[in-house]
Write a protein that binds this ligand. Structure first.
Ligand SMILES: [Fe+2]
Ligand SMILES: [Fe+2]
Length: 432
């Protein structure tokens, strides 16, 4: 692709600007194809459909910033929110300061685009709080307390993991497996076929020419990535029926996909040989929280309030009240699903912050690899791309940034690349 691309707010779009990617409404409905030149009618239509911005060719972020001309008061509000979420401390690593700056910028943009500045996505995750509190006790809690086994035993649906992932793994493990065999298995699942083709043609892989057939896609992206995609699609379908009044799954997956994308980019920047594992681990990292939110809605509502009042990340309230956290619970669930150990390990340790071993009842400490998922989660939380329920961002210690060998300019470039990929992957996984 030639020329720069920038995200332009709908109010700043002009007739003649050229779309750098397909334009869709927030509900996923297709509006205009990449390459289309905008007319005044188009920009009016975009407002009607609730589109807030578009990728435009021949602009860059600096230009967009200038066009947006954000006033000082709005910028101060954005910075204020960033300092609340990521308070400056004695141990203020350069990367943390940079993340705070980027967080401030994103909130400033949202407020300038009309958001109230009151964290709408976060509030949405647990919308009818009063209903939940009125509904009576969560479950018949046994005398010995709410163990992870108790929570996982209760919901039979969680045990029924979709077949397609296991079928693909079976073919992969067979001595005669080939790209053609795998393509045949994938071809039987239309939803997987569509998602696979969308994914290989997205900026996540960044291939220059369009890929239009499944055997070609399998040959190009490789069998590991294909298994990952199958796992991702299968997992999202397992939780399709979670009632929206309990968890806003769209916001939850947005957070999970963001964590996966940022973790993968961090692994890529460290030249890690299995970057795909990081995307998956990020996608699955907070699954334990869905179990908690759906099985113990009342308790989790109180814990969310407690964490917010105490200005601590939600994971700490989970540990204080339950004796374990969603990372440990998620690992148990993935064990039941036979998810490979290296992925589970990253999930289990994603909150085991270096230097804070004492805070974790399981005694887990983050390995060099798990730090990347931890930071992916921190970035996703700080930019508030979706949410999994924690109001405050777990602030990483300096050692975590150093372990990831990250510098502030590298962080900025990962955030910019990541945000673009998150938008594309949301379209792959969440548009049905
Ligand atoms: Fe988490
Ligand atoms: Fe998370």
């Amino acid at each position: 692709m030639t020329g720069s691309v920038g995200r332009v707010k709908v109010g700043n779009l002009k007739a003649g600007m050229v779309l750098a990617s397909d334009l869709k409404a927030p509900n996923g409905r297709f509006i205009l194809a990449k390459g289309a030149a905008l007319s005044d009618k188009h920009t009016r239509m975009m407002k009607v459909w609730g589109v807030v911005e578009a990728d435009i060719e021949g602009t860059d972020d600096a230009e967009v910033q200038e066009k947006t001309r954000i006033d000082e008061d709005t910028a101060r509000k954005g910075e204020g929110i960033a300092s609340l979420l990521l308070p400056p401390g004695d141990d203020d690593h350069g990367c943390l300061a940079e993340l705070r700056r980027l967080c401030g910028l994103r909130f400033t943009e949202r407020i300038a685009a009309g958001a109230s500045g009151s964290f709408p996505e976060l509030e949405e995750l647990h919308r009818p709080r009063a209903d939940i509190l009125r509904a009576g006790p969560d479950v018949d809690i046994p005398e010995e307390g709410v163990s992870p086994e108790f929570l996982l035993r209760q919901d039979v649906r969680l045990a029924s993991f979709p077949d397609i992932y296991f079928k693909i793994r079976e073919v992969l493990n067979s001595p005669i497996s080939s790209a053609t065999h795998i393509a045949q298995v994938v071809g039987k699942d239309p939803s997987l076929t569509v998602r696979l083709l969308r994914l290989v043609n997205s900026s996540f892989y960044g291939f220059p020419a369009p890929i239009t057939s499944i055997p070609r896609a399998v040959a190009i992206i490789g069998t590991n990535e294909l298994t990952s995609l199958a796992l991702a699609v299968s997992t999202i379908s397992v939780f399709k029926h979670v009632p929206p009044h309990m968890v806003d799954m769209k916001s939850f997956w947005k957070h999970s996909i963001s964590c996966g994308v940022f973790s993968r980019l961090l692994a890529f920047s460290r030249r890690h040989p299995s970057e795909e594992r990081f995307f998956l681990a990020g996608l699955l990292h907070d699954l334990g929280r869905i179990i908690l939110l759906t099985r113990l809605p009342r308790m989790m509502t109180s814990l969310m309030e407690h964490a917010k009042r105490a200005r601590r990340p939600l994971v700490e309230s989970e540990r204080a009240f339950l004796g374990y956290d969603h990372a440990m619970l998620g690992n148990r669930l993935l064990e039941q699903w036979n998810i490979p150990e290296p992925i589970r390990d990253l999930v289990k340790r994603h909150h085991a912050v270096p230097g804070a071993e004492g805070n974790d009842p399981a005694g887990e400490t983050a390995s060099g690899d798990a730090v990347l998922v931890h930071l992916g989660d921190v970035i996703a939380n700080a930019l508030r791309v979706g949410t999994s329920g924690s109001f405050f961002v777990p602030v990483p210690e300096s050692r975590a940034w150093d372990l990831a060998e990250l510098t502030p300019p590298a962080l900025e470039s990962i955030v910019k690349q990541g945000e673009r990929q998150v938008r594309e992957i949301m379209n792959v996984f969440l548009v049905f």
